[in-house]
Write a protein that binds this ligand. Structure first.
Ligand SMILES: *Cc1c(COP(=O)(O)O)cnc(C)c1O
Length: 394
């Protein structure tokens, strides 16, 4: 077991030797999940998507773990995210795909980052950066096949091809890959998926018609990797499944293991009398003499206030109901009249992989009518990230 400091949700400091509130990241779970995804990917390579600081699990540690487990490349949204990984000593191929036309492409190229281009305007900026540096830019052509978000639109496509051909002949770019992103990957039978697949195939044919020969074509995010083997192309691009959360919960967990456990130590145990109101607004009145435990996690740390009274934690060997309002910094749970043997300093688990009887990030997502992606990326504030398992992510 290793315990290493992270940078967010909050930097671990000397004062955090025994943090009150932790997001514990199990790197062995990441290794396990990469193994599962590689099986589903077959011969296709695996790009680990570690945008948003590794879905809030710690990008550098996740990257190192995923690469050691056989991931070949890394995917992030922005150039600063990519540069942070380079600064952490990661030398694997990194693709960045969401940058403005005025982004710092010079720094990206200088750090050997592959750049996703979504318009002729982007390409022009990247070409200018390549000229400034005096070497070709490695680019990935992002094709909008129907999501209508990032990616080259159909209106821009003819111009893009012309400009790409010219940039290639001038030696300013090397087109390494062509990729796209799905609109309905969590509905494996949706026909838009087939339409997007065909449009990507057509786009690749157009590019090959220019005498450009991209090495890699990729389309699949987590849901597609697990449900649509026909979309693998040369590489797959999973994010959420690396972290152990099923992208299609109604189809099961695919053997994935959630990597993040959110937990806090009990700060205070106290008795309340029947009829006593608890927390702001006294929205909960003790129906009987009981005992409550105070936990140091609040809405400023990513526990949504709208979950007040609507979630449970695993504590003292049982599920305990949250009671009263969630505050900025703290929340209470009902331990029952006998206190259940819970003592100050005991660990309450808000969500995790379920192996200790605790709820799952999906439980919160269901209660909030959202997706678990938003739950794990929303943990913040005073929560300290610690790593367990795997090698020291230096
Ligand atoms: C976030 C993202 C992914 C990963 O998606 P998951 O659903 O988390 O697997 C893949 N590709 C692109 C372009 C993305 O933005």
């Amino acid at each position: 077991m290793t315990l290493v400091e992270g940078n967010t949700p909050r930097a671990r400091t000397a004062h955090d030797r025994d943090p009150q509130t932790e997001a514990v990241i199990d790197l062995e779970a990441i290794t396990h999940n990469v193994g599962i995804l590689r099986k589903f990917a077959g011969d296709a390579a695996l790009m680990a998507v570690i945008k948003a600081d590794g879905y809030n699990h710690g990008a550098a540690a996740v990257a190192q773990t995923a690469l050691a487990a056989g991931a070949r490349e890394l995917g992030v949204t922005t150039i600063p995210e990519a540069l942070t990984l380079r600064n952490a000593g990661i030398t694997a191929p990194i693709l960045t795909w969401l940058n403005g036309v005025d982004a710092d492409f010079v720094s990206a190229l200088d750090a050997d980052i592959e750049i996703g281009v979504s318009s002729p305007r982007h390409l022009e900026s990247v070409v200018a950066a390549a000229r400034e540096l005096g070497r070709p830019a490695t680019v990935a052509l992002k094709v909008d096949t129907g999501l209508n978000r990032n990616g080259v639109s159909r209106a821009d496509w003819p111009q893009m091809l012309t400009d790409l051909g010219a940039a290639h002949r001038a030696g300013s770019v090397r087109l390494r890959s062509v990729f796209s992103h799905l609109a309905h990957s969590d509905e494996p039978h949706n026909r838009v998926i087939d339409l997007q697949k065909q449009r990507l195939i057509d786009a690749v044919a157009d590019v090959r018609g220019l005498d450009l020969d991209p090495e890699v074509v990729h389309l699949s995010n987590s849901a597609a990797v697990l449900t649509r083997p026909d979309l693998r192309f040369d590489m797959v691009r999973p994010g959420i499944a690396l972290y152990g959360l099923s992208p299609v919960p109604e189809l099961g967990d695919f053997g994935l293991r959630p990597a993040m456990t959110l937990q806090a130590r009990v700060l205070l145990v106290k008795k309340v009398k029947a009829g006593d109101g608890v927390s702001y607004g006294h929205t909960w009145i003790a129906p009987r003499d009981t005992t409550v435990a105070l936990l140091p996690l609040g809405y400023a740390d990513g526990l949504p206030r709208i979950l007040s009274g609507r979630f449970e934690v695993q504590l003292g060997g049982a599920r305990r109901q949250a009671v009263g309002r969630i505050c900025m910094d703290q929340v209470l749970v009902d331990l029952g009249p006998d206190g259940g043997g819970v003592r100050e300093g005991d660990v309450a688990i808000f969500f995790g992989d379920g192996s200790r009887g605790e709820p799952h990030a999906q439980t919160w997502a269901d209660a909030l009518d959202t997706i678990h992606y938003e739950i794990v990326t929303g943990i913040r504030g005073r929560t300290v990230r610690t790593f367990r398992g795997g090698e020291d992510p230096k």
